[in-house]
Design a protein around this ligand. Structure first.
Ligand SMILES: C[S@@+](CC[C@H](N)C(=O)[O-])C[C@H]1O[C@@H](n2cnc3c(N)ncnc32)[C@H](O)[C@@H]1O
Length: 518
């Protein structure tokens, strides 16, 4: 039987004028916008149209006829197939400029805010920066990333975004999974800066299959990955260098403390279900399913940006207040501001010490394992963290205790459910929501409580722009079941926008936005 061939498509000319937020070249064909992955602004070429929608087209590059001087050779052998990186064909400096424009564009188009966006803080070395890899696994035990916009597996010989040590462990796990026919679907690797590893194997396995995998994985993985140190016979702990957790469907059985070889539900796991990491000088425990930024070096830059904005915003707010004839705002702030100003003159204390006296109440919403909460604790009288993941919030409390920080408290639950219960009125709120951004109820609560400053940390410029737009320009929210919409007035202005590159060569960009009450 003859193999089905794709119908031959005609080629069309295109000139690229800009990059889309996903990193595709954008041009015009027959009066419609066309997106062509792999093409850069200023480039001309022929493409075939692969998808035709009412308002736009998608094209595939056939031949480049004019090449941009910003083009570089991608370093990765599977760059064109893999869904991981989107702009390895552009110089790193140009990717940073493009990311800055993505943030500016989102704020303008979605948030209706024309604001200055600072240049993106890039990485010193944009390679081997990831401490986490989420890999997919097929029935043959092949491990890889998904291709762009599909579930086709792309195996890679070596991922340049991951450290060598993690690449070596991935290679070792391929040998184990390839040999055993296990129904593993996803593998999450995490590695800390001491090269300790936590591996989560997830799949719809029966208990028996999970058992078989567990028995096979310890000796073969240890040998293949060259993990030194004894796996202790009594506990199964691989000398705390590598932990393995097997998740069957929805059930999870992390090893608890010093686990037995068989978990309560017959799902075996080895090692400890968390890693520890030093971030900005504090030690953090991160449970296997808790959030941690994937780029440790830039995490410190990101958190320092938050701390600087927190310091500056409160300092500026106090200065503004002392310039007013009739002070308004939180009782007692003016007094503490004067005292602190005297301290600056008398003792030349550092900025953080000054701010410590000034910020009374801080909320850190979506606080994860309490990173930003604990860092802000040095600047404030009280900090409250809120987070829905029960393991993360338990980590946060433990992290506070182990770092001997006592002016913090943590609340478990969804921010939209718990924020209304809070009696205090914060001076500063830091929010770091997931990609989807904040629930409208949270934005309404912030517009109601009116903290002096809000610092919004985000990895998604579009949802960040939407939420910041609502804080600045106002929003509509249902008044109750079956009732109409209530209009809430905006109350903030954007005073600083600082993107940070946490995800080199990809289309993602992290951003910190500071808002001050108008
Ligand atoms: C981007 S992470 C930020 C974590 C933390 N700020 C950090 O830097 O490590 C977002 C966090 O929000 C949590 N989360 C997601 N939706 C939530 C919700 N509706 N309410 C509370 N927490 C939520 C996630 O579990 C995750 O820990």
């Amino acid at each position: 039987m003859s193999k089905k061939t794709e119908p031959e498509r005609k080629t069309e000319e295109v000139e690229i004028v800009r990059l889309s937020s996903e990193g595709a070249g954008v041009g015009q064909i027959r009066g419609k916008t066309v997106f062509v992955p792999g093409m850069l602004p200023g480039e001309k070429g022929t493409v075939t149209v692969t998808e035709e929608k009412k308002t736009y087209l998608r094209g595939r590059l056939v031949k480049l006829e004019r090449i941009s001087p910003a083009r570089r050779l991608p370093s990765c052998a599977v760059f064109e197939q893999c869904g991981g990186c989107s702009v390895q064909h552009l110089s790193y400096e140009d990717t940073l400029q493009w990311k800055q424009s993505v943030v500016r564009d989102a704020l303008l188009r979605i948030g209706r805010l024309e604001v200055e966006v600072r240049p993106v803080i890039g990485m010193e070395d944009p390679w081997e920066y990831r401490n986490k890899a989420v890999l997919h696994c097929d029935r043959r035990g092949r491990l890889g990333y998904y291709a762009k916009n599909s579930n086709d597996l792309v195996e890679f010989p070596h991922c340049k975004l991951l450290p060598q040590t993690m690449n070596a462990k991935i290679k070792a796990l391929r040998q184990v999974l390839g040999a055993g026919k296990y129904d593993v679907q996803e593998v999450v690797f995490r590695e800390n800066s001491r090269q300790e590893t936590l591996i989560c194997l997830k799949g719809k396995m029966t208990g028996e299959e999970a058992d078989r995998l567990s028995r096979a994985i310890r000796p073969s993985f240890q040998a293949a990955a060259d993990i030194r140190g004894e796996w202790q016979a009594d506990t199964g702990l691989p000398d705390e260098k590598c932990s393995i957790i097997i998740q069957q469907g929805d059930r999870e059985m992390p090893g608890q403390g010093r686990p037995s070889l068989k978990g309560d539900q017959g799902v075996p796991s080895f090692g400890l279900p968390f890693l520890k990491e030093n971030i900005n000088g504090l030690m953090f425990k991160v449970s296997y399913n808790a959030f941690q930024q994937v780029n440790l070096r830039q995490t410190e830059v990101l958190y320092n940006t938050v701390l600087q904005m927190a310091g500056r915003s409160q300092g500026q707010a106090d200065k503004d207040k002392s310039n007013q004839e009739t002070p308004s705002g939180v009782e007692g702030t003016e007094q503490s501001s004067k005292t602190a100003d005297k301290e600056i003159a008398d003792d030349k204390v550092d900025d953080h010490t000054v701010v410590r006296k000034r910020i009374k109440q801080v909320w850190d919403l979506y606080c994860g394992i309490g990173t930003i909460t604990l860092l802000l604790a040095g600047m404030a009288e009280n900090v409250t963290g809120m987070e829905e993941n029960s393991l993360a919030i338990a980590d946060a409390a433990q992290n506070a205790a182990e770092n001997k920080i006592s002016n913090v408290k943590f609340i478990e639950g969804r921010v939209e459910d718990r924020i209304g219960e809070q009696k205090d009125r914060p001076d500063l709120v830091v929010v770091d929501p997931p990609r989807a951004g904040m629930n409208k109820r949270v934005i309404a609560a912030l517009l109601d409580r009116k903290p002096q400053s809000i610092i919004y940390v985000s990895c998604d410029p579009a949802t960040m722009a939407r939420d910041v737009g609502m804080l600045a320009n106002g929003m509509e929210i249902p008044e109750g079941k079956g009732a109409g919409l209530k209009r809430l007035k905006g109350a903030y202005r954007v005073v600083e926008v600082q993107p940070v590159d946490m995800f080199g060569w990809t289309e993602s960009v992290e951003c910190v936005v500071k808002l001050e009450r108008r």
